[in-house]
Design a protein around this ligand. Structure first.
Ligand code: AMP
Length: 405
């Protein structure tokens, strides 16, 4: 099978592994969430165990967007050396680090590697060619290893030098998906091909415009699409409701109508919240009350799904065969407006207990599941919000295609 890491003999080979170590750092450069490092461990431990010489590369942040006043990259703020201690502790062995990504110094370090050693390279995004998908940079990166492994699912939707173009330099018996990447693809497939019915998608978040392609794809695949979050109010207003000052994308009102008409014509349902928690301002200390979603008083705004909607959504999810959840039901960063999202997290966990396959599409919904302590009660939490979204929209991811060709 193409892309299968276990089918490649990596013993004593220089294996170049692209991971996603784009972790959040505190002001004093401490890793505040090591989920992404832990995500790559199965692949890296396997390579160490097989006696490979492991060369790890990743991006960290967006250094080219925050250049120093003299126009150079901030090699301190965005250095991957900040994560070496955590990485070393988590994997249980010392990690060598070199403060460049390509070049003589890197080659020298690689030549000293013994089988089972790990060398971490500096941030791939220090080179402008990374995000531009520069073939020359890809060539230089490829020259560092004999085998290429891509385990950076979170960056697989980008055609960057280290995620995509580099793979062109390896034939099919010298490149593979890492285990995290493979797991993400396998779980997405459970949604894409023959999902257990009924397949219920629950979508939230700020804007309809970010989710149009997903909604269109789900109208084909899912049996029902339940909507919450800011995006619900564009649909509610399009239906003639009074949504006060709620978040509305005026230029998407006719699209919302189109999507609802399309759903009706193919016998599918788009479900909207019957009631909302409306607030008098966008603030944690706002005054709020439960109101009908189509009668939000002027000057007030819907910041969460209401009490009835929570019960309704919980019931709808009860008998699901497959559940996909992407996006919070309200402004869950503020405690007062986090209850709808928490209720949905509970409902997804309950549906899973009842036998559904549940996939949490990364980002805010993943955070909400973690915060609710329900991470081990859903089937799969994606580590790549953007990449998973594109996959579920039916797009092919360049980082995936590059391994398979
Ligand atoms: P997204 O990145 O599209 O998934 O959107 C997530 C953001 O949507 C979060 O920061 C939420 O605070 C925000 N959000 C959710 N519901 C609402 C709402 N009713 N009004 C305004 N913002 C919302």
């Amino acid at each position: 099978m193409k892309g299968d890491l276990r089918a490649i003999d990596v013993k004593d080979k220089k294996v170049l592994v692209r991971v996603d170590f784009n972790v959040p750092l505190s002001k004093d450069y401490k890793v505040t969430d090591d989920t992404r490092i832990r995500g790559a461990l199965p692949t890296l431990l396997y390579l160490v165990d097989q006696g490979a010489k492991v060369i790890v590369m990743s991006h960290l942040g967006r250094p080219l967007k925050k250049l120093l006043p003299d126009g150079t990259v901030d090699r301190d703020q965005f250095s991957l050396r900040h994560i070496v201690a955590d990485f070393s502790k988590l994997i249980g062995q010392p990690i060598a680090f070199v403060d460049d990504t390509i070049g003589d110094e890197v080659s020298k370090n690689i030549n000293t590697l013994q089988s089972g050693d790990i060398l971490l390279l500096e941030n791939t995004r220090f080179y402008p060619g990374e995000e531009k998908g520069d073939p020359q940079l890809a060539n230089q990166l490829a020259s560092l290893g004999e085998v290429y492994v891509n385990d950076a699912f979170g960056a697989a939707h980008r055609a960057h030098a280290s995620t995509t173009l580099v793979a062109d330099h390896f034939d099919e018996s010298h490149k593979a998906f890492g285990f995290l990447m493979q797991k993400e693809l396998d779980n997405a497939k459970k949604i894409q091909t023959n999902p257990a019915r009924p397949f219920i998608a629950i979508l939230g978040g700020a804007k309809v415009s970010d989710k149009i392609l997903l909604i269109e794809a789900l109208l084909e695949k899912a049996d029902k699409i339940i909507i919450g979050g800011g995006m619900a109010y564009t649909f509610l207003k399009a239906q003639g409701g009074n949504v006060g000052n709620s978040m509305v994308e005026e230029d998407k009102l006719s699209l919302a109508i189109e999507l609802m008409n399309k759903a009706t014509s193919i016998n599918k349902q788009i479900v909207l919240p019957t009631d909302s928690i409306a607030a008098d301002k966008f603030a944690p200390d706002a005054t709020y009350r439960n109101v009908s979603s189509d009668a939000i008083p002027d000057g007030w705004m819907g910041l969460d799904i209401g009490l009835e909607a929570r019960i309704d959504y919980t019931r709808q999810l009860e008998g699901a065969g497959t559940v996909l959840w992407n996006g919070p039901m309200g402004v869950f960063e503020m405690e007062a407006f986090a209850h709808g999202t928490k209720a949905v997290a509970q409902a997804v966990a309950q549906a899973t207990k009842n036998g559904a396959f549940s996939l949490i599409g990364g980002g805010d919904s993943a955070a909400a599941i973690e915060q609710s302590g329900l991470a081990d009660q859903v089937s799969f939490i994606s580590t790549g919000g953007g990449a998973m979204l594109e996959l579920l929209e039916g797009k092919t991811l360049p980082g995936v295609t590059a391994i398979l060709k």
